[in-house]
Design a binder for this molecule. Sequence first.
Ligand code: GDP
Length: 608
Amino acid sequence: MSSGAPRGQGQVIRLPRGASLSDFADKINANPGSLVQEMFNLGEMVTATQSCSDDTLNLLGEHLGFEVSIVSPEDEDRELLAQFNIDLDAEVASERLVTRPPVVTVMGHVDHGKTKLLDAIRKANVVEGEAGGITQHIGAYQVHVPHDGVDRALTVIDTPGHEAFTAMRARGAQVTDIVVLVVAADDGVMPQTIEALNHAKAADVPIVVAVNKIDKPDANPDKVRQQLTEYGLVAEEYGGDTMFVNVAAKPGIGIEELLEAVLLTADASLELTAPIDGPAQGVAIEAHLDKGRGAVATVLVQKGTLRAGDSIVAGGAHGRVRAMLDENGKQVAEAGPARPVMVLGLTAVPGAGDTFLAAEDDRTVRQIAEQRQARRRAASFANSHRRPSLETIMEQLKEGEKTSLNLVLKGDGSGSVEALEDALFKLDIPEEVQLRIIHRGVGAITESDVMLASASSEAVTIIGFNVRASNKVREIADREGVEIRYYTVIYQAIEEIDAALKGLLKPEYEEVELGSAEIRDVFRSSKIGNIAGCIVRSGVIRRNAKARLLRDGAVVADNVAISSLKRFKDDATEVREGFECGLTLSNYNNLQVGDIIETFEMREKPRA
Ligand code: GDP
């Protein structure tokens, strides 16, 4: 049963999370193939380059006598920082602990009023009473509410939806203390309500339910309470411990009560303190490239205090804080725990959810940023080899491997998404393949779709039906090695997926121009029809090549071919630029002086 893999004697080997058998083989100087064999002996079919679960890596380690220690990306980063004597988890006993505001994220089903609620909360900033309220959308804002006679602050993440939340979680950053789950009282619990709820539960974040749109005549707030009990959220008035607050975001009813409930929930279940001294640490919430100002990032300070002039590193970006602005567009000199600020001065744009920290000097932050960039490149390289696409699924099928096709379906309307899904499940699916729709939704392909696909242990293909991904999302998909395919016709999507399922994905062809020739003279032959006397203007003219005929720039004959080709009296297989030739076209006789003949061939296109 031995297949040549070395046996360890309890040596510890360190592997990054999601490592493949090839990575494992590298560490123990073995041949990856032998590890595939070992896994097979253990009853698991794993390819050499496939990303393995922790369990698989541990199992193999145990079998071969190695102790596997799996290093998460966060741990890896921690080790990197340790090289610079930075310890994110250092005890802060000597430092001042302050109570910090809770950080709130608003989530819920589309159209249930998340955006309106964020607007309403912004306007409810009663204490500060800024004229006109908060005007800048910087990705997060802070509001003040009187609570038990005390002025209390709340930090609100200003991006509705699950995207920010999942993106940050996927990077291991936990920003949110409390989730406000918005449910429209006239619509009740919907798919994304459940999705949001599951995200919050997975992150172990307490939930306050905002039952919205109670101003509507058909609102039924009690039904929402009823429905959510099924998902383990039981309202206080029903003997549970979740606070439900009836609100109407549009006319601004119940907003203060909602914020009170958030504070009460925070006080009851969370320990909200943070050190205010020391260099700042936190998370980038949002970032973009601004024409005039360069890289602009909104960061949320979680520990310590950030000051203008500090050297900071956020993900793979670094720089010196040139200026900090708050949500009112005002310059601030320093930002303490739970304070969101917009930072100017970074050299690049960090990703949402990237952690940031201030360090001693420019050199340190630059080195940290560079090492992180190098690591990301390596990881994305590994990923691009690792995540199978529709084609590799087809290859696996050919090789007889059992496989599954996992899809995320996004479309322009719920009707089209349902139609696509229905049609997919009606397909005659080969026994060795499993088709799974892991997520479906309406609207553009978002970062959270890509994150969902990339967080999955198996390959996931995202199907966009009449919807696209923004450049930024596409970039992330590339980085994470997630395949996105676009369709505008349902049957075409079905056909390709069907083909992939059956291992028959047809190659795509593209036209490649070979050459062009101009007709200088036309000779009539009773035997073979009209012969064009030409000069080759570009490229080559090849016998049997596909051709089209252009007259005054318009196509007058398409789908023809060069049926005979001569140099003087001799048959030729090809004639190059600058030379004269005589040729005939298959099935086309109406040749005129001055016509242009273009030839091309169809080449198989490497699939994107
Ligand atoms: P989101 O998709 O969850 O961000 O939802 P929006 O905030 O964009 O709201 C969706 C629609 O519901 C908009 O037309 C809002 O005007 C409307 N809406 C939101 N809150 C209320 C409310 O409290 N009462 C009423 N009547 N309409 C509301």
